[in-house]
Write a protein that binds this ligand. Sequence first.
Ligand SMILES: *Cc1c(COP(=O)(O)O)cnc(C)c1O
Length: 438
Amino acid sequence: MLTPAPAQFGFEKSRQAFERACTLMPGGVNSPARAFGAVGGHPLFIQRGTGPFLVDIDGNHYLDYIGSWGPMILGHAHPVVIDAIQKAAEQGTSFGAPTGRESELAQLIIDAIPSVEKVRLVSSGTEATMSAIRLARGATGREKIVKFAGNYHGHADSLLVAAGSSAANLGVPDSPGVTSGTSRDTIVLDYNDTAAINRLFDEMGNQIAAVILEPVVGNMGLVLPDSQFLLTLRKRTEASGTVLIFDEVMTGFRVAYSGAQSRLGIKPDLTTLGKIVGGGLPLGAYGGRRDLMDHVLPAGKVFQAGTLSGNPLATAAGIATLKLLRDQSPYDYLEQQAQRLATGLSEAAQAAGVPHRMQRMGSMMTLFFIDEDVVDWPSAAKADRKKFAAYFWGLVRHGVYMPCSQFEALFFSATHTPEHIEYTIDAAKKVLATLSAT
Ligand SMILES: *Cc1c(COP(=O)(O)O)cnc(C)c1O
């Protein structure tokens, strides 16, 4: 059994592995958030994960607060999930034909999330949001969509505008390769800007196919929705026949088993899922009102397909994970630990005289190095990224692996014990004390 401890074996093997990877893959990674671009230095190469811990190839172990960017709410290598994957693998890994497990997972999703009456399984969060947008356009016959600055919905062209953490760190909010024609149909507003919603819908509500948002934002750091903002969105989209899409790829099964929508009391038309729903394997989903979902091929005419959709291993991992979450309901425990962690981290910053804001929902939170509330991307962007980078590396040396960007939320798991949380707060105290002078 691992116990929290400082990283003591150096990072040389990771450095060499990264050097090699850089000759083989763009930037040495298969997803930019992993490259440590926002905090400097090179990424740590991971050999294995167990419960709340990651072990790198130099032999250091870390309390993990990324959790694969959200999925690992039960901790790494949960024995029940691993067993389900192994049993499934022995029966074959892909058939391109229907399996019972797809219906089993669909049923679990529909039972969990009341606004979802029918669901389609895909292989990633990106595919889920991309398909939901296509469905909204196909069902309404309209072209314009609305998204919010700092919200990330995966990397489909039409959604890759003002797209939060990864894009922000690269300094390219609009990616090269996205055509001006594509981005012209995407209207970007500031999060929590209720007046802007009203103005837009007064002017052209009947041209807007969909509004997509993170109901609680994780991708510009944790930002909570104003209740008036959400109510206005629901009211105006309903009145104009616009599809309201909650992107719950991050929040689904995280802030509550039934997603952020259950805590916020708003029913979207469509919901996109990913991360936890696949239990650590590649799986996403989009679902919602039956009449809308029945526009999807082959029930309807909106095309969407996937060779590996509903993959046997991914559905096995997803089913095992959702059943554990449903039956063991770790959410009260996570809430208690999250309260303690949030309080401990802000007290540590307070004691060190470091200006900050702690923003949280359930077991996702961000300690912003900033002296004002963060409500949207313009306010988030004022955070002190240099201070964050020093905080990040300080924690790594204490054996605590936080998200490697100021504009990401941290996540932890049901396997993080109260002792792990206290160790983390203690490490943060030490690190923040050294930062107060800067
Ligand atoms: C991670 C994420 C996505 C993209 O999911 P992928 O599986 O990485 O394609 C979409 N939306 C939100 C809110 C996310 O956090």
